[in-house]
Design a protein around this ligand. Structure first.
Ligand code: ATP
Ligand code: MG
Length: 206
């Protein structure tokens, strides 16, 4: 767990598979930190991602190291192994509860991209999850912003104002596309941090 700091009032959580981490994740997190005046953003790589059963996911260790390398020079970002250390599928609701028990009086803002909120109803105990923290939803290339706003409005009607949308510079990158590019021997330069690129080469990943 990340060191407790009593000055922290608002923390952002960036959850993901990070297979591999890319500038889309980093920009969404930095923009959330700035726009919502968060004290920190904690990156939490999923141990066993419940939504990705249909394909082989890289080991948690590699995904954790890449997340660490991508955030190492950014004082606003930390990385936590809370989901990696837990047995079984990594459900966000369990993570939020664990963080709330640990940090006590803190507001948690869970950061996602548009695609995640459009399918939030498929997440474990999603109603309880929405009630238990705030959400910051970044626009994402390829996902209709109007549809996103409509979805947020519907959720607001049901749960009260808990979900905030945030416009970010469009980053047309996904980990899926990066994995495909690497498999095809194509460049991923300028799409992921240089140290992550080096790590992927060194360990012959993907
Ligand atoms: P994959 O293609 O394997 O699903 P991904 O690029 O979607 O990978 P994830 O680890 O699944 O990355 O995403 C973690 C979080 O980051 C999700 O909430 C996702 O919506 C968000 N996210 C990922 N890429 C972007 C992007 N380019 N712009 C905005 N949000 C993004
Ligand atoms: Mg994804």
């Amino acid at each position: 767990m990340i060191q407790k700091d009593n000055r922290y009032k608002k923390i952002g959580i960036m959850g993901g598979t990070f297979d591999p981490i890319h500038y889309g994740h980093l920009i969404a997190s930095k923009w959330a930190k700035e726009n919502f005046e968060l004290d920190k953003v904690i990156f939490i790589p999923a141990g066993v991602p419940p939504h990705k059963k249909e394909r082989e996911v890289l080991s948690a260790e590699h995904r954790y190291f890449m997340t660490l390398l991508a955030t190492i020079d950014e004082p606003d970002f930390d990385v936590s192994t809370i989901e990696i250390d837990r047995q079984g599928p990594s459900y966000t609701i369990d993570t939020i509860k664990e963080l709330q028990a640990y940090y006590k009086d803190i507001q948690i803002f869970f950061i996602t991209g548009a695609d995640a909120i459009l399918e939030i109803h498929t997440w474990r105990n999603y109603e309880e999850l929405i009630k238990s923290c705030y959400f910051i939803v970044a626009t994402r290339e390829g996902y209709d912003t109007k549809e996103l706003y409509k979805r947020i409005e519907k959720l607001d009607q049901k749960f009260g104002k808990r979900i905030f949308h945030m416009k970010i510079p469009p980053v047309g990158i996904s980990s899926t596309e990066l994995r495909n590019r690497i498999q095809q021997g194509k460049t991923v330069k300028y799409l992921i941090p240089p140290m992550v690129e080096e790590y992927i080469k060194k360990k012959h990943l993907y």
